[in-house]
Design a protein around this ligand. Structure first.
Ligand SMILES: [Zn+2]
Length: 307
């Protein structure tokens, strides 16, 4: 019996030690240097805690979000192919292990958010999960004509295996619980992720709202209902879905889209927690979509015909 208890105690200690390794940040995190607005995609950023178990491990110009737990971590977005090494260095600088990343998620299937995922998957052994509408493009490294930027955007390293998720599906890992919200428009597979982060009994609704910018290769027209039936209506619905989410802390794949460097880090002058943020972001992207539709309408008829 005593041997049994000794073994049990050892096992318990082992569990406690590995739990500590997974949750404790480095003892004295170096002070984060400020990221400028409009920063280059591959400009290194110091990692920082956003709130509770949610950390920023991206570059100055592109977000990558780490959500940690004793049972492993979830990483959202891999930025560019070149940035993967910076993301891995940031995860380590916080005292976490890249090998403890168990799940990798993505905002949308473009090289500036999915480009580093193949390497991150290789180095961590994590499972990559995405909505079905994004999964094919992630596995090929490029979308199809349903992507408004199909003709102008470059390919990215293909991701070998992507687990398909449905709209509204939950991804769970230990205490972490995220929900996938289909928010198509910028790309067909664009996904907004939500979860709650809690600290000292205080929980915040976290929203990683995907890009909702109406940006095209100029051959794709949002107003061309015949070529893309239902796409414009889905885009407007996506914006409405995002804007109506319970939203305390808004994060975006491009930090500038939600003024993240004014709300996070040493240059912050605005509050990080703002429950009107998603609503205001929705108004901004709606104005951009309306402007794009007006531009398409103003396009000369013969130019339209040529397209
Ligand atoms: Zn994009």
């Amino acid at each position: 019996m005593p041997r049994y208890f000794a073994l049990a105690a050892l096992l318990l200690c082992g569990v406690a030690a590995s739990a500590l390794a997974a949750t404790a940040p480095a003892p004295a995190p170096r002070p984060a240097a400020a990221c400028p607005e409009g920063a280059d995609w591959n400009m290194p950023a110091a990692p920082l805690r956003i709130y509770a178990d949610t950390w920023y491990v991206g570059t100055c110009g592109l977000s990558s979000i780490l959500i940690t737990s004793p049972q492993g971590h979830v990483l959202i977005d891999g930025a560019t192919e070149k940035a993967a090494a910076l993301i891995e260095a940031n995860i380590r600088a916080l005292g976490f292990k890249v090998e403890d990343v168990r799940v990798i998620l993505n905002s949308h299937e473009h090289l500036d958010h999915a480009g580093g995922i193949a390497q991150l998957q290789r180095d961590s052994g994590a499972t990559v999960m995405a909505l079905s509408a994004a999964a094919g493009a992630l596995e090929h490294g490029k979308g199809d004509r349903g992507d408004p930027q199909y003709l102008s955007i470059e390919a990215f390293p293909a991701i070998p295996h992507v687990k398909r998720l449905k709209d509204g599906e939950e991804v769970t890992l230990g205490p972490i619980r995220l929900t996938a919200h289909a928010t198509p428009g910028h790309t067909p597979g664009a996904t907004t992720w939500t979860w709650d982060s809690c600290q000292d009994g205080r929980c915040h609704h976290m929203v990683y709202a995907d890009s909702l910018s109406a940006y095209t290769d100029d051959v794709y027209r949002y107003s061309d209902e015949a070529a893309h039936p239902g796409a414009l209506a889905s885009f407007r619905q996506a914006i409405a879905t995002m804007a109506a989410l319970p939203c305390d802390i808004l994060l975006t794949p491009h930090p500038d889209a939600s003024q993240m460097w004014k709300r996070l880090g040493p240059n912050a002058t605005l509050p990080l927690v703002d429950e009107t943020a998603c609503h205001r972001y929705g108004a901004a992207v709606t104005a951009r979509l309306d402007k794009r539709l007006a531009d398409e309408k103003a396009m000369p008829e013969k130019e339209k015909a040529a397209r």
